[in-house]
Design a protein around this ligand. Structure first.
Ligand code: GLU
Length: 420
């Protein structure tokens, strides 16, 4: 098996190392690993946007389809100044494994625009989004490729994408994108879905490992949509959230934070920093705090060969995609720290995206209770199946999850056959 070359220390290199570790363990037919190791389609776009001052700014964006084996491609759109094609490739590949692992009828995709969205006015953000949506509409459609929110994007941006696509087609097509506002075909429970899934994954891990749940201490890195919902839901379950951080810094209180009050503080000030009665701590240092659950919910590559030795968490529940590098994985495994991997732990988002898509296609909407119950069932089953495989083969949760997912995609590919 030849391994494609990738730049060291980037997410694509991480995704490749993870994939080849699994591919070597599975006896797949020759040629299949090479096929699955690379994206099926990649689109790079340079597109102009009229700025408020009348000038034209040219942006760079991407949409990558990693695999179309199990169904239409699914995956978010990221707006961040550090977006690269390699990052989008890795995120698209992880979406393939994430969807396959919990049996969603989707392949994996991801998109991104190189931009700091906080530096655009609302009008500029809308025009940029609409132009990007037009540019990717050669790939995007409700039966072929369905975007969703990711870092730097939100439900309003999804509404603009839905509207732009619908304007092209001449009729409202809500199923082209998920994570929309409920008012325009979004699903109840979608906003908190990733956080709810993470809470369930942590709770099931506690059960499996015999750790206490109520009163368990929690540290969350990243307080965006995923991190804040996770902190809130774990707090509601009686866990003790002792530290959280965001891009501006972190805060710590060993007696436990009042998470609803913290959310109000963030809504008013834009950051967790300065929340009364807490001690400041850096965004990096929160990772080293002793706790039951560490939830990295920011960006990739946070837990590395450099700092994995210092971590004092008992369980890591990955909210972000790719927060732990393969070097760190090896160290954590040797130290007996359990990692509930991204493709399992944060799959609640895409699971409820799937529910949203199904509701949109049927023009029939479910109650929030229904959605949360279905999400709960899929998450609990996912965690226990992965844990059983990990235990029976003596491997990590990450390896077990990837192995299940890759095997599923490879089997579907072999069953569909090679055309012509
Ligand atoms: N961006 C989210 C993820 O990484 C959600 C993707 C989706 O709902 O399609 O899983």
């Amino acid at each position: 098996m030849t391994q494609p070359i990738a730049v060291k220390d980037d997410p694509w290199e991480m995704a490749q190392r993870q994939f080849w570790q699994v591919a070597r363990r599975l006896s797949l037919r020759r040629g299949l690993p090479e096929l699955l190791a690379t994206p099926q389609r990649e689109l790079t776009i340079r597109f102009p946007v009229r700025m408020d001052d009348g000038t034209i700014r040219v942006f760079t964006g991407y949409r990558v389809h990693h695999s179309l084996v199990l169904g239409p491609t699914k995956g978010g759109i990221r707006y961040h100044q550090d977006v690269t094609l390699n990052e989008v490739r890795a995120l698209a590949m992880w979406m393939t494994w994430k969807c396959a692992l919990v049996n969603l009828p989707y392949g994996g995709a991801k998109g991104g625009v190189v931009v700091d969205p906080r530096r655009l006015s609302p009008g500029e953000l809308e025009r940029m989004t609409r132009r990007f949506a037009s540019e990717i509409s050669i790939l995007m459609n409700p039966q072929g490729d369905i975007p969703a929110p990711d870092v730097g994007t939100n439900d309003q941006i999804m509404a603009w994408i839905m509207d732009t696509y619908s304007m092209h087609i001449g009729q409202p097509i809500s199923a082209v994108v998920t994570g929309k506002p409920v008012l325009v075909g979004g699903s109840l429970g979608r906003k908190e879905a990733t956080g709810r899934g993470l809470m369930i994954a942590a709770r099931e891990a506690a059960r499996l490992l015999g750790l206490p749940w109520r009163g368990a201490t929690v540290v969350v890195q990243g307080f965006g949509n995923v991190g804040s919902a996770t902190a809130r839901l774990m707090w509601e379950e009686g866990c003790c959230v002792i530290a959280v951080s965001d891009v501006r810094g972190g805060i710590c209180d060993p007696r436990g934070l009042d998470v609803p009050a913290l959310q109000q503080h963030v809504a008013a000030t834009g950051s967790v920093v300065g929340f009364p009665g807490t001690t400041p701590i850096s965004n990096r240092d929160v990772l080293d705090l002793p706790c039951t659950f560490l939830v990295p919910a920011a960006l990739e590559g946070q837990i590395t060969g450099e700092n994995a030795d210092r971590l004092q968490a008992q369980v890591i529940v990955e909210g972000a995609n790719g927060p732990t590098t393969p070097d760190a994985d090896a160290i954590l495994e040797a130290r007996g720290i359990t990692v509930v991997p991204d493709i399992l732990a944060n799959s609640g988002g895409v699971i409820v995206s799937y529910f949203e898509w199904v509701q949109d296609l049927q023009y029939f909407f479910w109650s929030e209770d229904d959605i949360n119950r279905r999400l709960e069932r899929l998450m609990v089953r996912g965690v226990h199946e992965v844990a059983a495989l990990a235990q029976s083969q003596g491997i990590s949760f990450r390896l077990a999850a990837l192995q299940r997912a890759v095997q599923r995609v490879a089997s579907a590919l072999a069953t569909r056959g090679i055309y012509p």
